[in-house]
Design a binder for this molecule. Sequence first.
Ligand SMILES: Cc1cc2nc3c(=O)[nH]c(=O)nc-3n(C[C@H](O)[C@H](O)[C@H](O)COP(=O)(O)OP(=O)(O)OC[C@H]3O[C@@H](n4cnc5c(N)ncnc54)[C@H](O)[C@@H]3O)c2cc1C
Length: 470
Amino acid sequence: MQDIVSDLQAELGARVMCESAVTHAHARDTWSLAELLDYQGQPACSPIAVVEAGSTADVAAAMRICRAHKTPVVAYGGGSGVCGGIFVGEGTVVVSTRGLSGLISLDNGDLTATFGAGTMGGDAERMMQEHGLTIGHWPQSIEVSTVGGWVATRASGQYSTGYGNIEDIVLDLEVVLPDGEILRTRRTPRAAAGPDLRQLFLGSEGTLGIVTEVTVSLRPLAEHHVRQAFHFDGLAAALAPVQQLMREGWRPPVVRLYDPRESRRHFDEACPKERAMLILLHEGPKTAATVEASEVAALCEKAGGVRADSSAVDEWFGKRNEVPSFRSLVEGGLVVDTIEVASTWKHLVNIYDAVTKSLSEVPGMLSATAHTSHAYRSGANLYFTFVAKPDTPESMVDVYRDCWARAMRATLDHHGGIAHHHGIGRVRRDYLASEIGDTGIAVLSQIKRALDPDWLLNPGNLLPEPTDRN
Ligand SMILES: Cc1cc2nc3c(=O)[nH]c(=O)nc-3n(C[C@H](O)[C@H](O)[C@H](O)COP(=O)(O)OP(=O)(O)OC[C@H]3O[C@@H](n4cnc5c(N)ncnc54)[C@H](O)[C@@H]3O)c2cc1C
């Protein structure tokens, strides 16, 4: 039988790249553990080839050829995933979506834009702003992630409290299925036409198909902005007005509340010691933004909030998309990661207390902190950051896994959901059954098997591989 690389080259020519610099650069994403393993000499495998698809037809051809050869295929967008969604195993072909880049259509009347899935988020947003429009999706990683990656991971942006998460913004999708067939959903604001097939791919993390085009519903850029900040006597004291403002129906796009340690780290003197800082952005038509800002301010002050200098908020906005690198931390012997979870209001403080307490009991833990950055009528997320310095380099991987196990266990014990927006990947894969039950795993596995009978799309990601499950 002919070698898969020759078959790919015969159909896709120079789009098939096998140079080691290229394949090495597509072996993994930004997962902290992958960085650590890499540093310790246990890197992910380099793929046998990287196909830089330039069209949906290229993706379909690559899928068909890989299926004929029973070769695993991994979709690669910006590589900014932080859960090990990309950690290539032996004999894998990577399909990079970066050639599927750019604006395909824009309809300013309907407020819709269609992008190639490999369009970088920042480029997509800038193209819209040139027309006075915005996607309203601002992950911190906007400059290093793709529109297709947002869909594949069910991403959240910093403005989600007002504008929703990616699933609220996506209008329709084009997806290449594992057999090379192309699925297109209809461009309509809503449908009662059976289960919503878009949802099957939102969060599928490259295991059910490769997203090739994404249509989003846009907004006009806001006429007016008001930024304000308040500090409170601790995280729990500040959660009460956040819950109340959501309950009353106010929808500031940005609602971020930091625990006292993170408040000092981010806002320094603008937030007194032991106080929790809440920052807010209100925007929209001038009258609406002004009224919302003043009503929310009254609510915060009634709850004991003290107005902080709004330059602290301006400073946060100035730095909000700076992307740190794990490499220098790993080189310094530090084990670091972020873990985002979610729950209904009544469990949030318990989860915060339980996770930070359990993490702080890890030997060598230097810091275990959290903030909440996405609020809903019925709850919010918590975003933990931990930094530990184990005694020896040999124990770093074990410490990393212990931290995750503690955070997952404490969240589940207190009725939280294990993942708010980074996805499952490999880091949470073995906790997914605790979230959706064995029946949920069986349903997802059967869907996977129906679409991808040979389990070739990103094996080992999101779901345990069939051989692991016995
Ligand atoms: C510093 C930093 C900040 C971050 N901030 C945020 C944040 O604010 N909000 C947030 O939600 N996330 C955040 N992330 C995580 C990450 O940026 C998101 O998960 C993002 O959506 C991933 O997009 P990507 O294009 O980089 O995907 P990749 O990392 O390339 O891939 C992610 C997963 O999706 C699959 N995939 C990629 N493209 C496709 C496609 N077209 N079709 C099918 N499957 C595909 C891959 O196989 C993989 O499993 C952050 C990451 C970093 C490093």
